[in-house]
Ligand binder design. Sequence first.
Ligand SMILES: [Zn+2]
Length: 67
Amino acid sequence: MTDSTVKNASMISENTLIKMKHTACGHIANIPNWIIGELAEEDRISSKHGEVEIECPVCNGPRRRIK
Ligand SMILES: [Zn+2]
Protein backbone atom coordinates (compact mmCIF):
# COMPACT_ATOMS: atom_id res chain seq x y z
CA MET A 1 0.00 0.00 0.00
CA THR A 2 2.87 2.36 0.78
CA ASP A 3 5.05 1.31 -2.14
CA SER A 4 4.04 4.23 -4.36
CA THR A 5 4.61 6.69 -1.52
CA VAL A 6 8.14 5.44 -0.95
CA LYS A 7 8.96 5.66 -4.64
CA ASN A 8 7.71 9.22 -4.85
CA ALA A 9 9.72 10.25 -1.82
CA SER A 10 12.88 8.76 -3.27
CA MET A 11 12.53 11.02 -6.28
CA ILE A 12 12.90 14.12 -4.11
CA SER A 13 16.45 15.33 -3.66
CA GLU A 14 16.97 15.60 0.07
CA ASN A 15 20.30 17.27 -0.47
CA THR A 16 18.93 20.24 -2.32
CA LEU A 17 19.44 23.38 -0.28
CA ILE A 18 17.53 26.55 -0.92
CA LYS A 19 19.02 29.86 0.16
CA MET A 20 16.69 31.94 2.24
CA LYS A 21 17.30 35.43 3.51
CA HIS A 22 15.50 37.22 6.26
CA THR A 23 15.10 40.69 4.88
CA ALA A 24 14.75 42.25 8.32
CA CYS A 25 18.10 41.18 9.78
CA GLY A 26 19.97 39.91 6.72
CA HIS A 27 20.52 36.39 8.05
CA ILE A 28 21.00 33.84 5.26
CA ALA A 29 20.50 30.11 5.75
CA ASN A 30 20.37 27.07 3.50
CA ILE A 31 17.09 25.27 3.97
CA PRO A 32 16.75 21.62 2.81
CA ASN A 33 14.29 21.26 -0.01
CA TRP A 34 12.13 18.78 1.90
CA ILE A 35 11.40 21.39 4.53
CA ILE A 36 10.08 23.66 1.82
CA GLY A 37 7.84 20.80 0.74
CA GLU A 38 6.48 20.38 4.24
CA LEU A 39 5.79 24.09 4.49
CA ALA A 40 3.94 23.93 1.20
CA GLU A 41 1.68 21.23 2.60
CA GLU A 42 0.95 23.55 5.50
CA ASP A 43 0.02 26.33 3.09
CA ARG A 44 2.79 28.52 4.42
CA ILE A 45 4.14 29.16 0.95
CA SER A 46 2.67 31.78 -1.29
CA SER A 47 2.69 30.08 -4.67
CA LYS A 48 1.81 33.33 -6.37
CA HIS A 49 4.96 35.05 -5.21
CA GLY A 50 7.23 32.05 -4.87
CA GLU A 51 8.08 33.04 -1.35
CA VAL A 52 8.12 31.09 1.87
CA GLU A 53 8.05 32.35 5.42
CA ILE A 54 9.67 30.45 8.26
CA GLU A 55 10.91 31.48 11.67
CA CYS A 56 14.30 33.15 11.70
CA PRO A 57 16.74 31.58 14.21
CA VAL A 58 18.38 34.95 14.76
CA CYS A 59 15.44 37.19 15.53
CA ASN A 60 12.48 34.79 15.39
CA GLY A 61 10.88 36.87 12.68
CA PRO A 62 9.62 35.78 9.26
CA ARG A 63 12.22 34.96 6.64
CA ARG A 64 11.60 35.11 2.93
CA ARG A 65 12.99 32.98 0.18
CA ILE A 66 15.45 34.33 -2.34
CA LYS A 67 14.40 33.48 -5.84
ZN1 LIG B 1 15.95 37.49 11.23
